[in-house]
Unconditional design. Structure first.
Lengths: 201, 201
DNA sequence: TTCCACACTGCGGATGACCACAATTGCTGC
DNA sequence: GCAGCAATTGTGGTCATCCGCAGTGTGGAA
């Protein structure tokens, strides 16, 4: 898996170097890209960390780059940097899901804080996403009939009722139910419900 | 219950009237307040709809008003209007949970759209909140011991195991469990798990 | 003191969940 | 055709759940 990095995307080498240095002094690993195109070309779905994206760049702008990332299903938090941002631009970016939007000149401490919080946020997201991936792969192992039975089990219905609704025997329901538990790695309907429900408590 | 209203808070009477008229033509009920203080004095937890809040006002500013609303646990979406907003102000407001941040002069259609979306959002939130209030009032009826047993039941443990952990007899666990189901209005542990879990499927 | 809510316990029976063993049907791929 | 998977069903038995009936003990409120 790709290690978490702060991906710095800026066509100004001085800024790139300054940010790289700044983050290194705070023990934040980073990688610099000299254009949106370069970053997008290298981008992979399992990139982790965050993106620090300059708005004004020679070719593709930071906002355009952001749109491409959204289309590709990027999950990393994106922090915008801009020298000449206006309010609608900032509002639009945040409403599309940007993590933050900072104006130059920015305070070094503030930027580092934002980057760190973004990377923590990504780490949390990654963790919960992995759990969900495990769930999905398990769900994928279920046959159509098993899924059907599982849904009815999750409504709390008795095997007898489920059998009625599907016009099959109770015994068959028991078998499906048992296989579902086995494949999903649980030992009861309650555990299954907890597993398929988001975190609580 | 208070009906859903677009609460217009602006110390400029011309703006208030214009917005009220604009919203009425689109069949959106609204109420105008001539200052943040006036609105906050009248504000009640069961206000519904949304808030259209001017930033620059003579006494308390829109941002200060927003902070007070947040402290009071306001749930209505807040839409900011401003003539001289800057980027950090907009970013800060959105990150604190504002629904939108519009600069004057704004497009009438755009504003109405935002207001309508905000009120729809509030209607959805209200609905899910009522469901949760029902849950809370039911949970409040449970005795301490019943809550304890309920939590263990929700982990999928057998009554026998629960009895062991609490050093009581199985029969007692059965009684608590039964009372929990009765008070929570469910008929099985699975239904209980579904009820206490956020929406899914 | 009396009443009541809460927690606790035992017994026995009805019902549901789970499982091992055993088997049939139909469809797919080699 | 044969192997393999999915879906189906039955028998018989064990374990868990659920429930009514019956009763004890404690602490707080009337």
């Amino acid at each position: 898996m790709n290690p978490p990095l702060a991906h710095i995307v800026d066509d100004d080498e001085a800024i790139r170097d300054a940010l790289t240095w700044l983050l290194r002094t705070r023990n934040v690993a980073s990688r610099a890209w000299s254009s949106a195109e370069e970053f997008l070309a290298a981008w992979q779905p399992d990139f982790h960390g965050c993106v620090v994206l300059d708005i004004r760049m020679r070719e593709m702008s930071g906002l355009e780059c952001f749109d491409v990332l959204l289309e590709r299903g990027n999950n990393m938090p994106v922090i915008f940097l801009t020298g000449h941002g206006d309010v609608p631009m900032a509002v639009g970016a945040l409403k599309k899901g940007a993590f933050d939007f900072l104006e130059k000149p920015f305070d070094d401490n503030a930027l580092v804080d934002v980057v760190i919080r973004a990377m923590e946020s990504d780490a949390r997201r990654t963790a919960s996403q992995e759990a969900q991936a495990t769930m999905s792969s398990r769900l994928a192992q279920l046959t159509p009939r098993e899924i059907e039975v599982m849904h009815l089990v999750l409504t709390g219905k008795f095997n007898k009722v489920i059998a009625d609704e599907l016009n099959i025997s109770m015994r068959t329901v028991e078998v499906h139910r048992s296989r579902v538990f086995e494949k999903m790695g649980v030992r009861s309907a309650v555990e299954l419900a907890q597993l398929l429900a988001p975190g609580r408590d």
